[in-house]
Design a protein around this ligand. Structure first.
Ligand code: SF4
Ligand code: SF4
Ligand code: SF4
Length: 324
């Protein structure tokens, strides 16, 4: 009980710290309520930090992670797209810059390649990977939340063996297309329409294929940002390991993993596959307690709490700040 309160307090304070810094240091108001009413940002900070503390408290119980992560992540996505919708119908205060950009994660990669300079979104994305490894793809990305929701209940499907061939191909095609569009001086509108087409194919995958398969096909096999996360996450020291001395190879955990990271060969190797996002959905499904977070020499429980602290704080802060 005391531990839970400690984590909640830590999330409350860290989230408040991030948002207070933004409120004080950034010239144009970033917090939504500050944009609507002068001084409203301070109220929003308390509200969002309280939300973070609530989520951290709930997620401290492994059995509640799957449901709480799914619904809070989806709520984040709804909040994000509602603001985008209001921005589209003319309420500029609901947009970050007053200008519209395409809300497709692929733009984090293709945008800078096409424009020739890095964007704020790309910096935000890279900082998140540095701080929390793959949490971008389990708690923060507005698009992936829809894939997570579509993938629904439990997956019992066979391993998705071709996903790396697919992912690599899509990744290379996106980079090549962005370079070609820049090289041929293709107008922004045309490039945006092409990127929009990519997003529509992604939505099709989410609504049809992920729903049918019961796993996040869009995120594990199509999105090039997911591919970057799968590789770049190793710059962060958090890991998930399977204790082979206690694991009974029962495969019960596989049904909780929407990222296709707990196939038989992964379990035999003692660690989830490359597409693992450290989401934590599988921890409670293991009757033997074999699936554990690791962070250097910390105990698995402390490592998990540290991961929750960082991830939930980032999730809550991004909820307050993310908009197009
Ligand atoms: S794979 Fe792409 S869409 Fe899915 S969560 Fe990651 S960045 Fe978002
Ligand atoms: S292996 Fe576990 S922590 Fe990793 S993605 Fe799958 S469910 Fe999440
Ligand atoms: S649920 Fe636990 S014991 Fe069963 S295969 Fe997975 S890690 Fe091993």
């Amino acid at each position: 009980m005391q531990h839970r309160f400690g984590l909640q307090l830590a999330v409350f304070l860290f989230t408040s710290f991030i948002l207070v810094m933004v409120q004080l240091k950034v010239q144009n108001p970033m917090l939504l309520l500050e944009r609507l009413v002068k001084g409203g940002g301070w109220f929003e900070i308390i509200l969002i930090a309280g939300y973070g503390a609530l989520v951290a408290g709930k997620m401290q119980e492994p059995a509640k992670v799957q449901a709480w992560r799914k619904y809070t992540w989806f709520a984040f996505s709804i909040f994000f797209f509602t603001q985008l919708g209001l921005g589209l119908i003319g309420a500029e205060k609901f947009l970050m810059t007053g200008e519209l950009h395409l809300p497709v994660p692929m733009m984090i990669l293709a945008g800078p390649v096409y424009r020739g300079h890095i964007s704020v979104m790309t910096i935000l994305f890279l900082s998140t990977v540095l701080l929390s490894g793959p949490a971008w793809c389990s708690h923060i990305c507005y698009f992936g939340a829809i894939d997570g929701m579509a993938a629904g209940g439990r997956t019992t499907r066979a391993p998705f063996h071709n996903k790396w061939a697919l992912k690599s191909t899509v990744f290379l095609l996106v980079v090549a297309a962005a370079i070609a569009l820049r090289w041929m001086d293709v107008p922004v509108l045309t490039a945006t329409l092409i990127a929009g087409g990519f997003g529509i194919v992604g939505l099709f995958l989410i609504l049809i294929v992920s729903r049918r398969e019961g796993r996040m096909v869009h995120c594990t096999a199509y999105c090039p940002i997911g591919t970057i996360v799968n590789i770049a996450r190793f710059v962060n020291p958090f890991r998930m390991r399977i204790d082979r001395t206690t694991c009974t190879d029962c495969m019960a955990c596989k049904r909780s993993c929407k990222y296709d990271a707990l196939n038989r060969e992964d379990i035999a190797a003692g660690k989830p596959g490359m597409t693992c996002t450290l989401c934590g959905d599988c921890v409670a499904s293991c009757h033997a307690g074999s699936i554990q977070y690791r962070f250097f020499r910390l105990s698995p429980k402390t490592a998990r709490n540290l991961y929750l602290f960082i991830t939930v704080s980032l999730h809550a802060s991004t909820m307050a700040l993310a908009r197009i």
